[in-house]
Design a protein around this ligand. Structure first.
Ligand SMILES: [Zn+2]
Length: 350
């Protein structure tokens, strides 16, 4: 059946506007004004985005299966001890889904591309909050349970997710209304200072990750003696941390395509490897958290902060609402204005 479908021709880097260009990827670009149907069909055509889409689309279903299993098997709704796990598993479903949708529909227009990736950044922020909620409930070292840091940990994590989304969205186009409107579709900070823009985006995701992991790093790397929660789960945490750093390294360095531009356009470029490492890291993180939850339940129930709506589902809802507002703020200037002006402006800005 697929042989009956005529796929659009793929383009080289010089044939697409600057906003669609990726560092050291020379070929395999989709048409910059694809229809939604073309975007969906491109899942079955080898382009430089195809594996970016599939490497997050398939794991979405695996994580969704994990979430459904927990909801059905553990009667999660009645048991508040399970709520942080539900928040975390939801965030693990949403971030790869948002990412695969962003990569699928990012070639519809310059505006669509920016808005798609704003949602991608918002979903990653939500994942960082999901990690914080689940760490607070099950992963904190025993000796830090109920400390001041523990009590303020989730509110700070909520604040961090907003900073993260704002910084990441800002790194694409600058400040909405002040530095761009519907006519400016080039990547404003990236055009003027690409390194600053890249740096900003790395900080936007590294900072909440590092903050969320303070209790885990302390527990597995520094803590010794009594009250350190030193058990067999630590090996799973090591795997997750190693993969998380590899993920950050790939995102920041653009290896291997930087060493041989054009050689990894379709298979093996850094963004695909970044997706795969992120998913594997999340998988190990999920296993570690579930194990911590099962082993630690009696001690945590007796000694740690009680799990309620206000330290599990509540912060997740606040994070979703605030992130949607941030995304709307950055997207609105791109949506308003005459659409027919787009092609001309895109060309002039490339
Ligand atoms: Zn991606």
């Amino acid at each position: 059946m697929l042989s009956l479908i005529k796929f659009p021709q793929v383009l080289t880097i010089n044939q697409v506007p600057k906003v669609f260009q990726e560092d050291c990827i020379i070929s395999g670009y989709r048409q910059p004004r694809s229809s939604a149907v073309d975007c969906i069909l491109s899942l079955f055509q080898l382009t430089n985005e195809t594996l970016n889409i599939w490497t997050h689309f398939l794991p979405t279903w695996y994580f969704l299966w994990k979430l459904v299993t927990v909801v059905l098997m553990q009667t999660a709704w009645q048991d508040s001890f399970t709520w942080p796990l539900l928040v975390f598993l939801s965030s693990c479903c949403i971030y790869p889904l948002a990412s695969s949708c962003a990569h699928t529909f990012s070639s519809m227009s310059a505006q669509a591309r920016h808005i798609c990736f704003f949602f991608d950044y918002g979903a990653l922020s939500f994942y960082s909050l999901g990690s914080a909620v689940v760490y607070s409930a099950y992963v904190f070292p025993d000796k830090w349970a109920n400390s001041y840091f523990h009590q303020y940990y989730i509110p700070i994590a909520v604040f961090n997710t907003i900073i993260c989304t704002v910084l990441a969205c800002y790194s694409r186009l600058g400040m909405p209304f002040l530095q761009y409107d519907h006519d400016v579709t080039r990547r404003f900070p990236e055009c003027q200072s690409p390194k600053f823009s890249k740096c900003l985006r790395v900080i936007a995701f590294a900072y909440p990750y590092l903050f969320d992991n303070i209790p885990l790093f302390y527990r597995v790397f520094l803590c010794s003696g009594e009250g350190c929660t030193d058990d067999e789960t630590n090996m799973l945490h090591y795997n997750h941390v190693a993969l998380a750093f590899l993920t950050g390294f790939l995102f920041a360095t653009h290896l291997p395509e930087r060493l041989a531009p054009g050689s990894f356009d379709y298979i093996g470029h850094s963004h695909q490897l970044f997706h795969v490492c992120a998913i594997l890291g999340t998988h190990f993180q999920m296993q570690a958290v579930e194990q911590d939850m099962a082993i630690g339940r009696p001690w945590l129930t007796a000694n740690s902060i009680p799990i309620t709506f206000t330290n599990s589902m509540g912060p997740a809802l606040v994070c979703v609402v605030l992130n949607c507002l941030v995304i709307a703020l950055f997207s609105l200037p791109l949506l308003s204005g005459p659409a027919e002006k787009q092609p001309k402006k895109i060309k002039s800005s490339s």
